[in-house]
Write a protein that binds this ligand. Structure first.
Ligand code: ZN
Length: 341
């Protein structure tokens, strides 16, 4: 089928699971009760994605507090008790980050619970997201390795262990989220893509990378206003990705200032085109979604185009997110009518 649909990754957490409309929400329960709430929320969103008619289903990242620290919490060699303030994404905003203080090692499985749960409850293609090595390195403070690339490769090895286990759980697509690629473009092309390939080493399932301009939070909206008329960050990274073994690339399109012709740099790759804006509560019409797909079709072969959201929907309200899933599916269906013959 043409123009299959998927979300970038995260979905809002229900009010009974965690604080709503926040990027770093506090959980509402503890212990067993929290585990149950995470499982219930995961099932709720699987059902909502299926009801909307999406083709690729995710767990909506309901079991993790934040997309980076959800992984890092399971790594030995990191001091979580003494967090330090660090400017992240090239000082776009400050975050309290944990410190790497010893050799990195996985404590055990990271996402077995929610991956196995999701696999047991959907027959559709299942995508699972992990943070990319470069983005992790940009979200922790290094007090041990003394070298960014070395530390990234150490994280890539751990990501690879978890990715192989997720594949064994029955996950069909493993996606690494690398918003840092849009901030440190030269480094991304130089070693970021290599670290990504290390994280994906030996995987036989599909692999993907999501590169965005961040969630629709204020710091990001302000940052985007400084990027000028044309956002050409992808131009520096896409050629390296086109030469990589990663199968799919997720990018921002609708309402962004990314020149659409940059998509042509991803020759040979499946392209997850962002047709849903995550920085606005306005619900896209099917016509708008189909129009964006039409624009992308000038640069992406139609059998390689996947309709997707620009980024995760985590900080949005549940109603808006539900309506956007619906718009995504309806817009892709309209595009099939328009461009399918
Ligand atoms: Zn994103």
């Amino acid at each position: 089928m043409l123009f299959t649909t998927a979300i970038a990754g995260s979905l809002p957490k229900p009010a009974w699971l965690a604080e709503t409309e926040k990027l770093w929400p506090q959980w509402k329960a503890q212990g067993k009760e929290l585990e149950q709430a995470k499982a219930d929320a995961t099932l709720l969103w699987i059902k909502a994605q299926e009801d909307a008619g999406l083709d690729v289903i995710g767990d909506g990242e309901q079991a993790r507090q934040h997309f980076v620290h959800g992984f890092v919490e399971h790594v030995e060699g990191i001091d979580f008790t003494n967090k330090v303030k660090m400017g992240i994404r090239n000082n776009r905003y400050d975050a309290m980050v944990p410190q790497v203080v010893a050799p990195l090692k996985l404590k055990g499985r990271v996402h077995a619970f929610e991956a196995q749960l999701a696999r047991a409850h959907t027959k559709k293609l299942l995508k699972f997201t992990l943070p990319g090595p470069m983005t992790i390195v940009d979200t922790v403070a290094d007090r041990f390795y003394g070298d960014k690339v070395k530390m990234a490769m150490a994280f890539a090895e751990l990501l690879n262990q978890e990715a192989l286990a997720l594949q064994a759980d029955g996950v069909d697509i493993i996606q690494f989220d690398e918003p840092a690629f849009n901030v440190y473009m030269a480094e991304a092309a130089d070693w970021g893509v290599k670290a990504l390939e290390r994280a994906a080493q030996g995987l036989t399932c599909k692999t993907a990378v999501h590169i965005c301009y961040g969630y629709g939070i204020e710091a990001n909206v302000k940052w985007k206003q400084t990027l000028g008329e044309e956002w050409r960050q992808y131009e520096q990274v896409f050629p390296a990705l086109a030469n990589s073994r990663i199968h799919q690339v997720s990018l921002e399109c609708f309402h962004s200032h990314v020149p659409p012709e940059l998509m042509a740099l991803l020759k040979g790759k499946e392209v997850m085109v962002g047709v849903i804006d995550v920085a606005s509560d306005a619900i896209e019409t099917p016509e708008q979604v189909a129009d964006t797909i039409g624009t992308a079709l000038k640069y992406v072969p139609r059998d390689k185009l996947i309709a997707c959201t620009n980024c995760g929907l985590a900080p949005m309200s549940r109603e808006v997110a539900m309506a956007k899933l619906d718009a995504l599916a309806k817009g892709a269906a309209l595009a099939r009518e328009r461009y399918g013959a």
